[in-house]
Ligand binder design. Sequence first.
Ligand code: NAP
Length: 341
Amino acid sequence: MKAVARLRPLPINQAEALQDIEISTPIAEPKDLLVRVEAVSVNPVDTKMRRQNSPPDKKEPPRVLGWDAAGVVERIGSEVERFRPGDEVFYAGSLIRPGCNSEFHLVDERIAAHKPKTWTMAQSAALPLTAITAYEALFDRMGIAQHGRGERESILIIGGAGGVGSIAIQIAKLVKLHVVATASRAESEAWCKKMGADLVIDHSRPMVPQLQQMGYPTVEYILNTSSTEQHWMAMAEAIKPQGRLCGIVDTMEPVDLNVLKRKSATFSWEFMFTRSMYHTEDLVRQHELLTQVAEWIEQGHIQPTLTETLSPITAANLRHAHAKLEEGRMIGKFVLTGWPA
Ligand SMILES: NC(=O)c1ccc[n+]([C@@H]2O[C@H](COP(=O)([O-])OP(=O)(O)OC[C@H]3O[C@@H](n4cnc5c(N)ncnc54)[C@H](OP(=O)(O)O)[C@@H]3O)[C@@H](O)[C@H]2O)c1
């Protein structure tokens, strides 16, 4: 089958950074779906994995990247309960297994869901990784209630126009939070508003004075989808006493946890691959949450985050998508569809 892989870590302007290869079709483990991949999305994790150094003195096999797919179930493993061949699915997959940039791909049924019936394959492929991240950050890490909110609470979403921010804004609005998003350009500000943000401030300027000016000296929740350390002190200042913050990006330098103590504020990490990487007992929660997101979509509560599409899925087109993401200015999501004849 056709696949796109990295053979060794290279900058994206080099033609060999990603290459078209032929590999054998994988065989399903008992809980696996073998999926015929029709569309894939590109995330910053793809670019990070592409650049990751190989272990020294070790010849690495080609590494297939890609952790966002939509497609059709071709075959199922012997213990699969939730899907049948022919079902349309969407999922992000696991970082410790080969990625989905291949014609056929294996995914554990406990982290996949039926694709939203009202969305195309491309629109569906754009969503799983970012939706899992946003959902887990809001509900599982920061403990935001989905139902029965009494008072009006606010969330600051830093990096509102990116992949994670675009869906986080929409889910936060669904559970009736007041959403302040951040964007540094007119286009990204307009996109945040389209996704439903009530207010938008500029993360390239000091954020606390802007929040104060808009009547939000503090907020109950902060989801930072960008540099943890760059925004750390502003987050500590903007969080309400006893509030909750969530980060999703590794720190490049240490941050001072003490600045949160006086406010008894809680900081949590969100890593959407934790459940699949450690095979946690609640692994199936990712199937359940993606199923809930698909229901919200079918009920018309969520709009697509897809903004750019390229066809077919080839190394050249994936290199283009990686280069675009590496600029750090992506609005919404980039998707590739179909395979060359
Ligand atoms: N832990 C996890 O499970 C997890 C999951 C998904 C993603 N991530 C990580 O989270 C990060 C974001 O992912 P993504 O898919 O949302 O990326 P993305 O789509 O590439 O994000 C692009 C957005 O980032 C904004 N941005 C750029 N510099 C910023 C800054 N200094 N402060 C605030 N926002 C800034 C840009 O807004 P402007 O153009 O308006 O500046 C742009 O809209 C990546 O590092 C990714 O690897 C982690």
